[in-house]
Design a protein around this ligand. Structure first.
Ligand code: DOR
Ligand code: ZN
Length: 407
């Protein structure tokens, strides 16, 4: 039996918890907070083909150390996950990698939308968590920037009752800006090229498609005030639109390029402090539904290249929860809200079964984030140097208790 005494719950009460376990273990919960096993609806664990950046042996450890027991992985791998054959082989490789490290991480896969492979969707519809659409190009070669293909994918999603997850940035605006600023070398131009207008235009189109087809749209990594305003109004009208934001938009902003350079390059890019303030309001008042880490590792050597060569993406699955818990300590949000965003809402939206996963989070000790502490294969964090609390101490999942300090 696992006995946890006097542990704090998200509503602030203290409880004793008992869970069936093969050994007898008692944990003093006085300095700990109990959360359900967290769900990260947006990770890039890079398998197959990009294992120099990340693999499931490393990423599963990073997930458990971050308090996550379920993840949804993205299809922009090499090759991209756009056929049944590739999906099946991806499942097989992931299962093998998880078996090697003996980590029972639960996962689901998004299927990549590719206009040349539409016929594959009906073959995989029961095996995937949803369809991922890149309206703007990012890492990898997935792109669907023409309206007729977008209509076609919404019609397919409707026919097969699938959720569409969208990378909503307008490709044309980005390409025009990229040409205009082609000779710039300062990383701040990344935020100027991938301007807020590109995100807003794409979100506007997503809302129209959602209304037209009645398909559930999950807008990934929302980062600007104006996108949120569109979403707020669409939700008010009862449209099935759900939105995610990511820790980097909540804890970093576009004034930080001078210190972070390539470490701050991701798509969509960092935004202004004003956008960030509005993101926090939207998070607290229910416009934002989930937090995804968008864990998108690249090697530090790649990130240290000049702007034009530096790939977009940052790791984040091990730092999301400590950032949020530290924000709670600083009065920015509540523990109940954190539990909603990282568990209750994604569970409901993606219709996941109940489980008894539990994360015991240390809410008293502060630790400075260092690259070398990271379990991700890429071994760096854009939040380097921040002093955070809220690191998971133990994770219970599928009958096993993990001591996070020993992973
Ligand atoms: O910054 C990003 N990195 N944004 C994306 O859309 C993709 C991701 C990646 O896979 O590297
Ligand atoms: Zn992503």
């Amino acid at each position: 039996m696992l006995r946890i005494t006097n542990i704090m719950m998200p509503d602030g009460t203290r409880q004793n918890i008992e869970i069936s376990l093969s050994q007898d273990i008692t944990i003093d919960g006085t300095n700990l907070l109990a959360l359900p096993g967290l769900i990260d609806p947006h990770v890039h664990f890079r398998v197959p083909g990009l294992e120099d950046k990340e693999d499931w042996q490393h990423a599963s450890v990073a997930a458990i150390k971050g308090g996550y027991t379920t993840v949804f992985d993205m299809p922009n791998t090499k090759p991209a996950t756009t056929t049944k054959e590739r999906l099946d082989s991806k499942f097989a490789v992931i299962n093998q990698q998880l078996q090697e490290v003996n980590i029972p991480l639960k996962y689901k896969l998004f299927f990549g939308a590719d206009k040349n492979q539409f016929h594959e969707i009906y073959k995989v519809k029961n095996d995937i968590v949803g369809i991922k659409v890149f309206m703007g190009a990012s890492t990898g070669d997935l792109l669907m920037d023409d309206e007729s293909s977008l209509h076609a994918i919404y019609a397919l999603a409707k026919a097969h009752d699938l959720i569409i997850a969208l990378h909503a940035e307008d490709e044309l605006i980005i390409r025009e800006n990229a040409q205009k600023y082609a000779s710039e070398t300062d990383f701040k131009y990344h935020s100027i090229i991938r301007a807020p207008e590109a995100a807003v235009k794409a979100v506007d189109l997503v809302i129209k498609l959602t209304e037209m087809y009645g398909v559930t749209s999950y807008i990934l990594h929302v980062s600007t005030a104006n996108e949120l305003e569109l979403v707020r109004k669409a939700k008010e009208r009862g449209l099935p639109i759900f939105v995610e934001t990511c820790p980097h938009y909540l804890f970093l902003d576009d004034s930080m390029y001078p210190q972070l350079n390539g470490r701050a390059k991701m798509n969509p890019p960092l935004r202004s402090k004003q956008d960030q303030d509005i993101l926090w309001n939207a998070l607290n008042n229910g416009v934002i539904d989930t937090i995804g880490s968008d864990h998108a590792p690249h090697k530090l050597g790649e990130k240290e290249q000049p702007l034009c060569k530096c790939p977009s993406g940052v790791p984040g699955i091990e730092t999301s929860l400590p950032l949020l818990i530290t924000a709670w300590k600083n009065g920015k949000t509540t523990l109940e809200k954190i539990a909603q965003l990282t568990h209750d809402n994604p569970k409901k939206l993606f219709d996941l079964p109940d489980n008894d996963d539990l994360v015991l989070v240390d809410i008293e000790n502060y630790r400075e984030l260092k690259d070398e502490h990271m379990a991700t294969k890429c071994k760096w964090t854009p939040f380097v140097g921040m002093k955070l609390t809220g690191f998971p101490r133990y994770v219970f999942t599928q009958g096993r208790l993990f001591d996070c300090d020993k992973l």
